[in-house]
Ligand binder design. Structure first.
Ligand SMILES: Nc1ncnc2c1ncn2[C@@H]1O[C@H](COP(=O)(O)OP(=O)(O)OP(=O)(O)O)[C@@H](O)[C@H]1O
Ligand SMILES: [Mg+2]
Length: 272
């Protein structure tokens, strides 16, 4: 689906350039926007770019950054100030309350993706915006559907690739398995670990992924979170939580055991 804007976006500042796509901030219809602009005519890059737009257009959830418009060369999102979860973690790990709140927000968004037939495949702190910079569930806005798998009539454009970020990638995803929602739950486990420890679980991520190392990391944070972390980080998907809902239920129980407040459900559709 292409949603042509009636007027071009004025890109005011280029922020990044990656694989034929430039990220920048700008203004559109009087609103501050984040724009991804296609600057390559390489056929694979073009297909990937429009795939990201098509997936983003399919999602409507308060904790997922909404797509405002999709043209032949631009994807336009609202500009959300506050930085990424990675920016926040640069000043140190989070306490159990903050880390579990962020994981709760991410899992709410992931549950919506999975219900829409979408597997993100690149969940990591760089792809989680925090509105206002605070580690709160409602501050979470998921971004970056560039590596996602979507159930649908078209072919999987990333089929056979090992794209993703090794530290955050589930072992089966590394072997090329695409579209298993439990791969995302593994990545959320790594994200929660990273929030609590200040680093992901495996120093030698590739060794772990190819099965050379069976190293079991020392789990960070309070013991009440360890069963959940251990399960999410299992090598075999069958031993992990089987759905985002199951992981949310475990997270709620762990927060209750820690005396932390109950967190709200975020299922309200967001205005686009
Ligand atoms: N809606 C937004 N509002 C504010 N900043 C954003 C927004 N979307 C993305 N960003 C910033 O731009 C960065 C890159 O965006 P994104 O993850 O979508 O692209 P990418 O393809 O991964 O590019 P890169 O490899 O450069 O990170 C994010 O990590 C974040 O810092
Ligand atoms: Mg990214």
């Amino acid at each position: 689906m292409l949603l042509p804007p009636p007027e071009p976006v004025a890109v005011l500042a280029a922020l990044s350039h990656q694989h034929g796509v430039e990220g920048g901030s700008g203004e559109w219809r009087g609103q501050a926007v984040y724009v991804k602009t296609l600057v390559s005519d390489d056929p694979d890059t073009v297909v990937r770019f429009h795939h990201e737009g098509a997936v983003a257009a399919r999602l409507r959830h308060p904790l997922v950054t909404p797509l405002l418009a999709h043209t032949q060369t631009q994807l336009i999102f609202p500009f959300l100030p506050g930085g990424t979860l990675r920016d926040l973690l640069r000043s140190g790990p989070l306490d159990a309350g903050g880390a579990t709140a962020v994981a709760w927000g991410v899992l709410q968004a992931v549950r919506h993706l999975h219900a829409c037939g979408v597997t993100h495949h690149d969940l990591k702190p760089e792809n989680v915006l925090l509105c206002g910079g605070s580690p709160a569930a409602q501050a979470v806005r998921l971004i970056d559907f560039g590596m996602s798998h979507a159930v649908g009539p078209g072919p999987d454009i990333h089929s056979g690739t090992r794209m993703g970020t090794p530290q955050f990638m589930a072992p089966e995803q590394f072997r090329g398995v695409r579209g298993d929602p439990r791969s995302d739950l593994y990545s959320v486990g790594v994200l929660l670990f990273d929030c609590l420890a200040g680093h992901p679980p495996h120093e030698d991520a590739l060794g772990w992924l190819i099965g050379l190392s069976e190293d079991r990391p020392t789990l960070p944070g309070p013991a009440a979170l360890h069963p959940l972390l251990r399960r999410a980080l299992e090598r075999h998907p069958a031993q992990r939580p089987q759905s985002a809902q199951e992981m949310l239920t475990d997270l709620a129980a762990a927060r209750a055991a820690l005396g932390l407040a109950r967190l709200a459900e975020s299922c309200r559709p967001s205005p686009v």
